[in-house]
Design a protein around this ligand. Structure first.
Ligand SMILES: *Cc1c(COP(=O)(O)O)cnc(C)c1O
Length: 390
């Protein structure tokens, strides 16, 4: 079997292990600690925000952000449909209902025109949405000016899901720093990782301090344990933060490598009929967390994204269809959705290619050579199950 080529695997730098050793030497193996404080400063400074709270996951960060936005049982929250389920799940933790909004084609993110239609319709039906969650999918910034305009017009706070977009910028503003609150993820597959972790970022000191309070079991100031709120155990451990501080030192290199991967795919594959990419609109800077292609079977002699995926799988190369939109997920079948067909088309025709910052040039050519052979008609038939696509 050929060496496995992963979609996106952890890529440690040089200092992570030294910092973890330092944590062990000091026996500060705990949630909280000097590395957590330092990591929070690193994140705030990098994202041009005043404050950051390091947490156990991006999902936890989103859960706390929704609580801070005042979301409760019976409320509605607007969420991008084209995303990973973790963008929407925390809405339901609070007994609120997600309202899904489809994407536009230039960034694959929330369509601001459809967003306004959705907001108007929800208000007409009796409920003003409590928050709007746009997502910077695969690192590509959403159209934030247009989204913020709609949000401000109706007085609805924006929580940016920047879990995939650390290192991305929208007109020079770091993703996650534009809305009222932003969330980041340091899960194992993200552009940098703490093995598992996340952060809540923003400029409102009261909100970020409250998130730290809620994340440490909501302990009121008292010598005994006194509680006037329901709390959570959502803080990041000092061990994970030590890894995070090492990873922050190499973040810019990781962004450059992921962008170079994307450029390789564009250089090698964009001449093939039936393969297209999403380009950066002017002023948008994507970290290119994952590189994705769209495969149009009507132009490619019937080759689908699933044909490509199975050919790569046979060669021990991991690729993955784009996120299946939330409005198409069985678990959210009852949720209201404002749909234009864009995300469904992306799901049907899109494939994420190996995108890790630790891929070699040889790995990248292995991937693109197999795809080129397939489109040149030189690959033996693979079995495509149409049931998988439905
Ligand atoms: C990874 C991810 C999350 C969740 O982050 P975790 O740290 O895994 O909980 C949320 N939203 C998006 C878009 C993600 O990709």
């Amino acid at each position: 079997m050929n060496k496995k080529i992963w979609l996106s695997s952890p890529h440690m730098g040089t200092n992570e292990q030294n910092y973890v050793k330092d944590v062990f030497d000091s026996n500060w193996i705990a949630p909280l600690g000097a590395y957590v404080d330092g990591f929070e400063k690193d994140i705030a400074s990098y994202t041009h925000t005043a404050y950051a709270a390091a947490l156990s996951s991006g999902t936890a960060a989103l859960h706390l952000a929704l609580i801070l936005a005042g979301v409760g049982a019976g409320d509605e929250v607007i969420c991008q449909s084209m995303t990973f389920s973790a963008s929407a799940n925390p809405i339901t933790y609070l007994g609120a209902t997600p309202v899904f909004v489809d994407s536009e084609t230039s960034t694959w993110n929330m369509d601001p025109v459809l967003l306004e239609e959705a907001v108007k319709d929800r208000i007409a039906k009796g409920k003003t949405p409590k928050a709007i969650i746009p997502v910077h999918l695969y690192g590509m910034p959403a159209k934030m000016n247009e989204i913020m305009e709609v949000a401000n017009r109706y007085g609805i706070p924006v929580i940016e899901d920047a879990a995939e977009a650390l290192g991305s910028r929208y007109h020079d503003q770091p993703c996650g720093s534009i809305g009222k609150l932003g969330i980041l993820s340091f899960n194992g597959n993200k552009i940098i990782t703490t093995s598992g972790g996340g952060a809540l970022i923003g400029n409102d000191e009261a909100l970020i301090s409250k998130s730290r309070f809620l994340a440490t079991q909501a302990r009121d100031p008292a010598p005994h344990y006194e509680h006037s709120h329901i709390g959570y155990n959502y803080r990041m451990s000092n061990v994970c933060a030590a890894i995070g501080r090492g990873q922050m030192e190499v973040l810019e290199e990781r962004v450059a490598r992921r962008r170079a991967n994307h450029q390789h795919y564009v250089d090698q594959l964009s001449g093939i009929a039936g393969i297209t990419f999403v380009a950066e609109p002017a002023g948008f800077f994507s970290n290119r967390w994952l590189s994705a292609i769209l495969v149009d079977p009507s132009v490619s002699n019937g080759i689908t994204r699933e044909t490509v995926r199975l050919v790569l799988e046979k060669e021990n190369i991991e690729s993955r269809p784009l996120w299946k939109p939330m409005h198409m997920q069985p678990v959210f079948a009852q949720a209201p959705a404002y749909v234009n067909g864009v995300s469904e088309n992306l799901f049907n025709n899109g494939l994420c290619l190996p995108s890790g910052s630790n891929l070699t040039t040889a790995d990248l050519f292995t991937v693109t050579d197999h795809i080129k052979e397939l489109f040149a008609g030189k690959t033996a038939n693979v079995n495509v199950s149409p049931a998988y696509l439905s």
